[in-house]
Ligand binder design. Structure first.
Ligand SMILES: [Zn+2]
Length: 90
């Protein structure tokens, strides 16, 4: 009767291994989804705004209203230039 116990143990181990591989597969797909969402975030980061003065792409712009009442986005480098022109900060 010992072989029945052995078979049961073996089946149990097989089931455990099967469950573990299933979990790993789940993790892999989850990882892929996370990677995709990260890539989406990256593409939105690429959508940087350009400075109205130096035309350099900047993450953070300071917005001013110019003499014509237009909104200009200015990078921290050109901020002084904008302030010299006495632009209204928005
Ligand atoms: Zn600039």
């Amino acid at each position: 009767m010992k072989w029945i116990v052995l078979v049961l143990v073996l089946v149990g181990i097989l089931l455990l291994v099967y469950r573990m591989t299933l979990k790993v597969k789940d993790k892999v797909t989850a990882g892929k989804i996370i990677k995709l969402s990260v890539q989406g975030k990256k593409s939105s980061k690429l959508n940087k705004q350009t400075c109205s003065f130096c035309r350099k792409k900047q993450k953070k712009l300071i917005f001013y209203s110019d003499e014509q009442g237009r909104v200009v986005g200015v990078c921290p480098v050109c901020k002084q230039q904008a302030e010299r022109r006495a632009l209204m900060r928005l």
